[in-house]
Design a protein around this ligand. Structure first.
Ligand code: PLP
Length: 401
């Protein structure tokens, strides 16, 4: 499937105003997403919020169906959350209280690109239970070593937690190789797909993960305040909700609590219907373009950007990994990242700064405190990239002044 770039940009109102390279922070939504959100808010105001929600029941259900289609799972294995971090912590904490209860001596394996919030939660739970969090050693290009992981798995390993695409650079971690090891050893595998969902095909069967989380607003182009959780049915059956809500279960006549057994038991019963409709519209839009086609274009654009940046004096590209995504990271010698970002912003070019607080293990290992992050999406053009690089080059010339 080839993408009609003219149509895609016409569908994206923000393309007229900004050159947006902060897709790893949050992407420009297509008007189909805006329409879904705004028209539902209007219906809530005019018909009544509950009544508008009831009338939208089929479309709301379709958000689960679309997410399941995108991730290759069942709609019952999908829950909707409010952000990437909330999705991850809901999945992890329900797992850790139920079937994944940790004991002293248990081990959790993770990698150097783990998102800070996840790593902190892993450490905190491990410390409270006497378990340990061990890092999978990385090879020279920063990729976690699959051979080392194979050696590390054993009886006491209770969870493997991996961030699919690092937040601070292009590296795509070898999720399917990790999944194959996790599966053959029978270890649950939790994948943080915050930066991969929406920019490439993410198939939970092909990867072999048991839990997956992602926010909606990044490469998926959904509204802020949305996120997705996937939990494999076999894990759901043994899970125990931590924070109970009306959607978590029912009270039987005999007074027994009957827990719901689909992923929606993890959700809040009350939620922003308009945002959920926007999330569904964003997933349908991405499926309409084709996730393979999206990935192909992002890879081409990111390649073009890396080549251009590599030719600019004073720029150091910081991407690692054998396989690289649409996130391009770099630094400019002797120039604070925020200054560069702000200079670009003044010219309607959006990029972002990644600090060590977000990816502490990797940044510390590489002696970095901050990086500049320019992340491309399908609607960017080579012309926009050339403009970005022209301003970066001008800015780099000012260093030392
Ligand atoms: C890899 C990764 N995980 C988790 C998150 C957190 O997502 P959210 O900001 O939606 O909580 C991010 C956000 O940048 C991320 O890049």
């Amino acid at each position: 499937m080839t993408i009609d770039i003219g149509q895609l940009r016409a569908d994206t109102p923000g393309c007229e105003l900004v050159r947006h390279f902060n897709n790893a922070g949050g992407s420009l939504p297509p008007r189909q997403v805006l329409d879904a959100v705004i028209s539902h808010l209007q219906r809530e105001a005019l018909q009544g919020p509950v009544e508008a929600g009831n009338a939208a029941a089929a479309a709301l259900d379709d958000t689960y169906v679309a997410a399941a289609e995108m991730l290759n799972c069942r709609p019952e294995e999908i829950a909707i959350a409010e952000s990437g971090s909330r999705a991850w912590s809901v999945a992890f904490s329900h797992f850790a209280v139920g079937n994944g209860r940790l004991r002293a001596g248990d081990r959790i394996l993770t990698s150097a690109s783990e998102w800070a919030g996840n790593y902190i939660a892993l450490l905190d739970t491990a410390r409270a239970t006497g378990a340990t969090v061990d890092l999978i050693p990385t090879g020279p290009d920063g990729t976690p070593s699959i051979d080392a992981l194979r050696e590390m798995v054993g009886e006491r390993v209770r969870l493997i937690a991996l961030t699919h695409v690092a937040a601070n650079g292009g590296m795509v971690n070898p999720a399917a190789e990790v999944g194959a090891i996790a599966r053959s050893a029978g270890i649950p595998f939790l994948l943080d797909a915050a930066q991969s969902v929406g920019q490439m095909k993410v198939d939970v069967e092909a990867i072999g993960c048991d839990m997956l989380t992602a926010p909606g607003r990044k490469f998926l182009r959904a509204p802020r305040g949305t996120g997705l959780i996937y939990i494999r049915q076999s894990l759901l059956e043994k899970m125990r909700p931590v924070l109970l809500d009306n959607s978590s279960g029912t009270l039987g006549d005999d007074g027994r609590i009957v827990f719901a057994r689909d992923a929606r038991m993890l959700e809040t019963n009350e939620n922003a219907r308009a945002l959920r409709l926007g999330l569904g519209a964003a997933i349908r839009y991405a499926l309409g373009l084709g996730l393979d086609a999206i990935e192909t274009r992002i890879t081409e654009l990111a390649g073009h950007l890396r080549r251009q940046l590599a030719g600019i004096d004073g720029i150091v590209l910081r991407d690692q990994g054998l396989r690289q995504s649409g996130i391009v990271s770099f630094t400019i010698d002797d120039m604070p990242a925020v200054e560069v970002r702000d200079r670009l912003y003044a010219r309607q070019i959006n990029i972002s700064v990644g600090g060590a607080a977000y990816t502490p293990i990797d940044m510390k290992a590489r002696g970095l405190t901050e990086i500049l992050r320019a992340s491309v999406h399908v609607y960017n053009t080579e012309h926009e990239i050339d403009e970005l690089c022209r301003v970066v080059s001008e800015t780099a010339k000012r260093r030392g002044h």
